[in-house]
Ligand binder design. Structure first.
Ligand code: PLP
Length: 355
C-alpha cells in the first residue's frame, strides 16, 4: 500500500502541469507564514491578518478600501451586486470570464442583462461601447455598467491598453456608467508593462483581483474600491455566504504572495514566450505570437488533423498537462511551479511526438 502510494506520488510529480496558474501549491515559506499567522474572527471584523491584507491591497491600488473574498467569481459577483440595481444592463466583451465561467451569476444574483460585445482581441474600444449605450426610453434597459477583463484569459492573456481604458472612462463619465475591472490577472498586466497597479485601477469604480492565480496563494481574491463601496460589499459577501472566520491563515499566505511572488511574474512571461516560440516552430501547431504578452499560450492545433481532446491525451501520456480551449485549440499557462527547464523539456517532448 505504502509502496503503491509512493509510486503514485512519483507518477503525479513528473507531470509538467501547464493547465492553469491556479495549480500552484504553497511553498514551505508560505506555509510557515500561514502557521504563524495571528488570527481573529473576520466576520466580527477583528482578524488582524485579514485587516493587514485589506489595507495592503487598498494601498497597492491607491483606493480607500478592500475586502477579502473566497474566490474571483465571488469577487466579481459581489462587486456587481454592490454597484448595480436589478434590470440594469452591463456591457462585457463576449469571451470574458463573467459571461463564460460564472454560471450566469449576473442574471441570478443581481438580475442584470449582460450585453456581449464581439472583439478580435478582447479589447472593447470606447467607440464600440458608446455605440451600445441605449437611449433613455421606456422600452430599453438602462445601460449602466462596463466590465473590462485585464489581462484577458480567453484572448490569450492579452493586456488591455491603458489609453483605451482612459478613453472608455471619458465615455462612462459622459453617460453616467460605472466601470468594473475583472483584474484576476491584473498583476500580469503590471509585470508585462511596468505600469503601476494604481494606474490600472484609477478608472474603475469596482475591482476584483485574484490572489490564487499567478501570485500563488492557495485561496482568495480581493474586491477593491471606495470605503462606502466596500462597506456595502461586506454585507453582500455575507449574503453570498462568503464571510469566513479565522481567515487570517489564508490572508497570511496572500501577504506572503504579494511580498514574494509579484515581481517574479516576468519569469512566467519569459517562459510563456519561450514555450510559444518553440511550439510555433513545430508542424501542425500555430500560435499568434503577438497574442503572447503574459503567461498564457493558446495553440491552434487544426494543422495536426487532431481534436483538442486527442492531443491532450497524448500530451498527458507524455507527462504534460494542458486544457482544451475549443475543438482545435489548447491552452498552456506558465506559473510559479513550472521552471524554464520544464518549458524547455515540454517543447522537446512535444517536438518528439510529431503531432
Ligand atoms: C480565474 C478568473 C476569475 C476567478 O476565478 P475563480 O476560479 O472563481 O477564483 C475571474 N476572472 C478571470 C478573468 C479569471 O481568469
Amino acid at each position: 500500500m505504502a509502496f503503491g502510494l509512493c509510486l503514485f506520488y512519483i507518477e503525479y510529480m513528473k507531470y509538467i502541469d501547464l493547465r492553469s496558474d491556479t495549480v500552484t501549491r504553497p511553498s514551505k515559506a508560505m506555509r510557515q507564514a500561514i502557521a504563524s499567522a495571528e488570527v481573529g474572527d473576520d466576520v466580527l471584523g477583528d482578524d488582524p491578518t485579514v485587516i493587514r491584507l485589506e489595507e495592503k491591497v487598498a494601498a497597492l491600488f491607491n483606493k480607500e478600501a478592500s475586502l477579502y473574498v473566497p474566490s474571483g467569481t465571488m469577487g466579481n459577483q459581489v462587486a456587481l451586486k454592490t454597484i448595480s440595481q436589478p434590470g440594469w444592463e452591463i456591457l462585457c466583451e463576449r469571451e470574458c470570464h463573467i459571461i463564460n465561467y460564472e454560471t450566469a451569476g449576473p442574471a441570478i444574483h443581481s438580475q442584470l442583462l449582460v450585453h456581449p460585445i464581439d472583439t478580435e482581441r478582447g479589447v472593447m474600444t470606447a467607440e464600440q461601447i458608446e455605440a451600445r449605450i441605449r437611449p433613455d426610453d421606456i422600452h430599453a434597459p438602462r445601460t449602466k455598467i462596463v466590465a473590462i477583463e485585464n489581462t484577458h484569459n480567453r484572448h490569450s492573456g492579452t493586456v488591455y491598453p491603458l489609453d483605451e481604458i482612459i478613453k472608455i472612462r471619458k465615455v462612462a463619465d459622459k453617460h453616467s456608467l460605472l466601470m468594473h475591472l475583472d483584474g484576476a490577472r491584473i498583476w500580469n498586466a503590471y509585470a508585462a508593462t511596468g505600469i503601476p497597479l494604481a494606474d490600472w485601477a484609477a478608472s474603475f469604480d469596482s475591482i476584483s483581483v485574484c490572489l490564487s492565480k499567478g501570485l500563488g496563494a492557495p485561496v482568495g481574491s480581493m474586491i477593491i474600491g471606495s470605503k462606502d463601496f466596500i462597506t456595502r460589499a461586506r454585507r453582500n459577501r455575507k449574503l453570498f455566504g462568503g464571510g469566513m472566520r479565522q481567515a487570517g491563515l489564508l490572508a497570511a499566505a496572500a501577504i506572503y504572495a504579494l511580498d514574494h511572488n509579484l515581481e517574479r511574474l516576468v519569469e512566467d512571461h519569459a517562459n510563456a514566450r519561450f514555450l510559444a516560440e518553440g511550439l510555433n516552430r513545430l508542424d501542425g501547431l500555430n500560435i499568434d505570437l503577438t497574442h503572447v504578452q503574459t503567461n498564457i499560450v493558446i495553440v491552434e492545433i487544426a494543422g495536426t488533423g487532431k481534436k483538442a481532446d486527442e492531443v491532450l491525451d497524448i500530451l498527458k501520456q507524455n507527462g504534460i498537462l494542458a486544457v482544451p480551449f475549443g475543438v482545435t485549440k489548447i491552452r498552456f499557462v506558465t506559473h510559479l511551479d513550472v521552471t524554464e527547464d520544464d518549458c524547455q523539456k515540454a517543447v522537446e517532448i512535444i517536438a518528439g511526438l510529431r503531432l
